[in-house]
Design a protein around this ligand. Structure first.
Ligand SMILES: CCC/C=C/C(=O)SCCNC(=O)CCNC(=O)[C@H](O)C(C)(C)COP(=O)([O-])OP(=O)([O-])OC[C@H]1O[C@@H](n2cnc3c(N)ncnc32)[C@H](O)[C@@H]1OP(=O)([O-])[O-]
Ligand SMILES: NC(=O)C1=CN([C@@H]2O[C@H](COP(=O)(O)OP(=O)(O)OC[C@H]3O[C@@H](n4cnc5c(N)ncnc54)[C@H](OP(=O)(O)O)[C@@H]3O)[C@@H](O)[C@H]2O)C=CC1
Length: 284
């Protein structure tokens, strides 16, 4: 990870970063964020906490979550850590039960946990395809369905934000994740209608290239070309993605459901993103 990316993801810097939101926006509210131990999830969790929300954070690696929890507690915030693999229905169920038992409410769920590996699609092993579908389609689905069941049982309103990828032009090297996220976008549009009677809004944020430690999984030749990903010629920051999640979750999003907010510096209009490296055929 470059020093610049490390700085953008440093908890103290995220805590001190400027935000357009008022500090007591989420006073008395509870936000559940998956994949909160790193990158975008960490920035989202920290911004919710800065704005007064109590946190429930999950991910597979307890150590990463504890670092975030300790940090938030040192700032006076409240955090429940529940290590969870979002692909496992029993673990997802236990997560929501623990959150309800601890706080007596959940107001916001952000499904950020996910990821993939870059490889040309023609070479995917069935196990690799299935792993990425499981993580990003099945895992996110289990979380969003369980959140809706929570609000059906305990009463709403509730808001779900799913972090996806920009699917409009596809994304060479990660066809598996584009397929999975397209599934989540389709499900989001559908359940936005089904779950409106429960007081539940469901939306997606589609980040373009974003400066997190997650980018380390991409080969150096791909990373070298990342500034060509959008007309602003820079990656987004985790804070920029976090502010868009807050926009949809808070009252600012109260008339928005079933929508995808793209935060990609215009990348879906212009730019090239060869996540597994540029093939010779497409060299200029
Ligand atoms: C750029 C802008 C867009 C987006 C950016 C971001 O999202 S940044 C954020 C990015 N952050 C992240 O992406 C972080 C999260 N990503 C991950 O944790 C993994 O990519 C995961 C989803 C596959 C993990 O699921 P898991 O624990 O179930 O996986 P596992 O390790 O047990 O492997 C299962 C099978 O997958 C296959 N396979 C795996 N790797 C490779 C490879 N390099 N090469 C080829 N194949 C690979 C292989 O078949 C393997 O089976 P095998 O051969 O071992 O028997
Ligand atoms: N950075 C980017 O350019 C972009 C990122 N995204 C998406 O945004 C999300 C966050 O990515 P980013 O912060 O960059 O990358 P990270 O790899 O840092 O974050 C992914 C997080 O998800 C957690 N996670 C992964 N799989 C599971 C699982 N099965 N159950 C629970 N937690 C899981 C990981 O923790 P652990 O391994 O401990 O479980 C990790 O904290 C991902 O869905 C990613 O695909 C979308 C577009 C662009």
């Amino acid at each position: 990870m470059s020093p610049e990316i490390a700085a953008l993801n440093n908890p103290e810097n995220l805590w001190a970063a400027e935000t357009v939101y008022r500090p007591d926006l989420f006073q008395g509210k509870v936000a559940l964020v998956s994949g909160a131990g790193s990158g975008i999830g960490r920035a989202v969790a920290l911004l919710f906490a800065r704005l007064g929300a109590k946190l429930v954070i999950c991910g597979r690696t307890p150590e990463k979550l504890e670092v975030i929890a300790e940090f938030v507690r040192s700032k006076g915030g409240e955090v429940l850590v529940v290590p969870t693999n979002v692909r496992e229905p029993e673990q997802v169920d236990a997560l929501f039960k623990k959150a309800q038992a601890h706080y007596g409410r959940i107001d916001y769920t952000v499904n950020n946990a996910g990821g993939q590996f870059p490889q040309n699609a023609i070479d995917y092993a069935p196990k690799g395809w299935n792993a990425v579908i499981n993580n990003n389609l099945n895992g996110t689905w289990l979380m969003m369905q369980r959140a809706a069941q929570h609000w059906r049982e305990h009463g709403g309103p509730g808001s779900i934000v799913n972090i996806v990828v920009v699917i409009e032009r596809g994304m060479p090297g990660v066809a598996h994740t584009v397929a999975a996220r397209a599934g989540i976008i389709g499900a989001t549009r559908t359940v936005a209608v089904e779950w409106a009677p429960l007081g539940v809004r469901v939306n997606c944020v589609a980040p373009g290239l974003t400066a997190t430690e997650g980018l380390d999984v991409y080969p150096p030749e791909a990373q070298k070309e990342f500034p060509l990903a959008n007309p602003l010629k820079r990656p987004g920051t985790p804070m920029e993605i976090a502010e868009s999640v807050i926009y949809l979750s808070a009252g600012s999003g109260s008339f928005i459901t079933g929508e995808v907010v793209t935060v990609d510096g215009g990348g879906k209009l212009w730019g090239e993103l060869w996540t597994a490296g540029r093939p010779d055929y497409y060299r200029h």
